[in-house]
Design a protein around this ligand. Structure first.
Ligand code: MG
Length: 167
């Protein structure tokens, strides 16, 4: 009988909204008249998922891996951050089991995008689609989310690996 060990990791991120930027959430282009502002492509969801992966494996955070002072990271596709984190996690023997996320955005309405984003994240993590869940919330028109100044994302991931045999 195989024994597994498990770790959970939590990720959170916020980016400001601004003009003349594409809106990319979970690696998926979302139709909207504004986008998220950041050094990379500012994909708030992928940043939260990347931090959740790193957190579960006790590997620090996305800022340590990809400093926003590094010109090489400017406008970078955030899938590169996720893939780099996943490689490090796998090097320690860990594999994702499932992912749950919440996106916070007053607009646009994200319900129609949730299945596409979930499918894309599942593909990036090598998971079946029924192991990835995306939820979307508005800011109830209050605070920076509700005033459409920013978007946020939360992510939680479970990792497992085979335990080293013990006598
Ligand atoms: Mg970020």
């Amino acid at each position: 009988m195989s024994d597994f060990e498990y770790r959970v990791g939590l990720g959170h991120d916020t980016h400001r909204l601004g003009p003349d930027r594409p809106l990319i959430l979970g690696g998926v282009r979302v139709d909207y008249d504004r986008g998220l502002v950041g050094h990379s492509d500012a994909d708030v969801l992928l940043h939260a998922v990347t931090d959740a992966l790193l957190g579960a494996a006790a590997l620090g955070d996305i800022g340590e891996l990809f400093p926003d002072t590094d010109p090489a990271n400017k406008d970078l596709d955030s899938r590169i951050f996720l893939e780099a984190a996943l490689t490090r996690v796998r090097q320690l023997g860990w594999e994702p089991v499932n992912l749950d996320c919440t996106l916070f955005a007053q607009r646009p309405k994200l319900s129609g995008y949730k299945p596409t984003i979930a499918q894309h994240l599942a593909q990036l993590l090598g998971l079946p689609t029924d192991c990835v869940n995306i939820k979307a919330k508005t800011g109830e028109k209050v605070g920076p989310i509700g005033r459409e100044e920013a978007m946020s994302a939360d992510a939680i991931v479970l990792l497992r690996r085979r335990s080293v045999a013990r006598d």
